[in-house]
Design a binder for this molecule. Structure first.
Ligand code: MF3
Ligand code: CO
Ligand code: CO
Length: 275
């Protein structure tokens, strides 16, 4: 997801929201599918004791083997293919030799470039047996994304999307992170518009057929505040509460939306085993 200030300063950002045609939809379909297949591939590897570095290597090899590029590697100095964000890490967790442990929940976020098009998606994985509070947070996060996506159609406003997510998440006594947002996506990784996961209905840009963007709410069990660790990337909850996220890249169609990053194996929500 984009750090709001970075999006505002990006050279590629003109403030205009690009409108794409049928060939562009086909490009995003291919990029989105490969990103989803990469996360499908990782599913059986997310087990107690695996290092996040090992998962990163698997993803990088998978992407290169399929003739695509890992978009995050060397992006603004980032050093890995994946962002892996366990437990109280909100986003942009940097893969390391630290192993995942029984009971962890972790977001894995991947972006691939296929023929210049960016497919950007993330999911929550459970490591071994996971406790009830963490499982509930993951459920709320997926339902929040679903409620946001249900608003996407021509004539709706971006604020309708954010409002649907925020209203649901807060009704479940969780909070929506404010410091990171979704983003326009396509040939540019982080483009206009900002996609806020909170807000007021009837505000923000009007959605039109041909717009491409991500929706990627970050939801905390505690308060919404985040802080950045000294590595300059890893964002964590200030109150150390658990955080979850999931992300799709979508396009607005004449009648609604197309999800480019749907899982061919129906693993967008990998099963999480209860403790
Ligand atoms: N994939 C993230 C997003 O959803 C972006 C990660 S940028 C990185 O927008 F540099 F941290 F990899
Ligand atoms: Co994104
Ligand atoms: Co992403």
């Amino acid at each position: 997801m984009a750090f709001i200030d970075d999006v505002l300063e990006a050279e590629t950002r003109t403030g205009e929201i690009k409108i794409h045609g049928p060939d562009d939809f086909e490009g995003m379909r291919r990029a989105g599918r490969l990103a989803a297949e990469c996360l499908d591939m990782l599913t059986p590897h997310v087990v107690p004791g695996v290092s996040t570095e090992a998962l990163d290597r698997l993803a990088r090899e998978f992407i290169l083997d399929h003739g695509a590029l890992p978009a995050c590697l060397f992006y603004k100095g980032y050093s890995a293919t994946l962002c892996i964000s366990p437990n109280h890490v909100v986003c942009h967790g940097v893969p390391s030799d630290r192993p995942l442990r029984e009971g962890d929940i972790a977001n894995i976020d991947v972006t691939v470039i296929v023929d210049g098009w960016h497919g950007d998606t993330s999911r929550m994985y459970g490591v071994g047996e996971v406790g009830p509070r963490a499982r509930r947070l993951v459920d709320v996060t997926y339902e929040g994304l679903a409620r946001g996506l249900a608003q996407v159609r021509p004539g709706a406003r971006m604020g309708d999307v954010g409002h649907a997510i925020q209203a649901y998440v807060e009704s479940m006594r969780c909070s929506v992170v404010r410091d990171f947002c979704g983003h326009g996506v396509g040939r540019v990784f982080h483009d206009s518009p900002n996609v806020l996961h909170y807000g007021a209905p009837g505000t923000g840009p009007v959605l039109k057929p041909g717009m491409f963007f991500t929706v990627e709410p970050m939801v905390n069990l505690g308060k919404h505040h985040v802080k950045l660790l000294a590595d300059g990337w890893t964002a964590v909850t200030r109150d150390k509460s658990l955080s979850a996220q999931c992300e799709h890249s979508v396009g607005v169609t004449e009648t609604g939306l197309e999800i480019f990053t749907a899982s061919p194996a129906d693993l967008f929500k990998p099963p999480i085993v209860g403790a």
